[in-house]
Design a protein around this ligand. Sequence first.
Ligand SMILES: *[C@@H]1O[C@H](CO)[C@@H](O)[C@H](O)[C@H]1NC(C)=O
Ligand SMILES: *[C@@H]1O[C@H](CO)[C@@H](O)[C@H](O)[C@H]1NC(C)=O
Ligand SMILES: *[C@@H]1O[C@H](CO)[C@@H](O)[C@H](O)[C@H]1NC(C)=O
Ligand SMILES: *[C@@H]1O[C@H](CO)[C@@H](O)[C@H](O)[C@H]1NC(C)=O
Length: 190
Amino acid sequence: MARSTAALLVAAATTALLFAVGATAQGCANATFPAGRSFERCNTLPVLGASLYWTYHAANGTAELAFRAPSTSGGWVAWGINPTGARMPGSNVFVASQDGSGAVSVLMTVLESTSPSLTNGTLKFDVPVPPTAEYAGGAYTIYTTVALPGNSTTQNMVWQAGPLSGGSILPHPTSGPNLQSVKRQDFLSG
Ligand SMILES: *[C@@H]1O[C@H](CO)[C@@H](O)[C@H](O)[C@H]1NC(C)=O
Ligand SMILES: *[C@@H]1O[C@H](CO)[C@@H](O)[C@H](O)[C@H]1NC(C)=O
Ligand SMILES: *[C@@H]1O[C@H](CO)[C@@H](O)[C@H](O)[C@H]1NC(C)=O
Ligand SMILES: *[C@@H]1O[C@H](CO)[C@@H](O)[C@H](O)[C@H]1NC(C)=O
């Protein structure tokens, strides 16, 4: 029994290592998107396995973008911009989630506090194209176009992942990587 337990542990460790190597080698550069969607730039974000893909249009100050992050089908992911600081309250976010049938929807909301109401509404900046999202290959992808607040190409960016219960959004973990998911994003250079 001890021997088979040890064998199982070795197998588990090997599998974990293969996943780690796969995830590292992949980066964001070779990501694929449905036909008709492509982006000029991408960044692999520092935590939660997330990546951002975008095309910035200087003429009208918009960024067409895709945010992709791994999740189980029992989870949600979110991406947003906070024009008021590098923190959760004040963030204007897009939250992707799914119901029990696997139908994915996106909610837009301004987070009032660290216990937000998550009322689906409008953001403080223009979203000229309605957001959409998909869930495939163990990851959500949120597609949206935003008018960068203040027409500034550097923004406080936030992202997050957490659990669902019966399709409802539950709070994200409040430790480790879930508290490190903020970045000053440069939409010109990445
Ligand atoms: C993307 O794919 C190309 C060709 O297969 C490969 O040479 C390159 O290393 C890959 N880039 C990343 C970031 O995985
Ligand atoms: C945004 O700034 C760019 C220059 O960086 C300028 O060309 C453009 O007209 C501005 N757009 C808006 C909507 O203000
Ligand atoms: C912004 O400009 C780009 C490039 O000209 C264009 O493709 C896009 O549709 C424009 N977006 C909006 C919201 O007008
Ligand atoms: C939020 O409202 C938009 C527009 O009515 C709708 O398309 C979207 O599905 C709603 N999101 C959720 C999660 O209900």
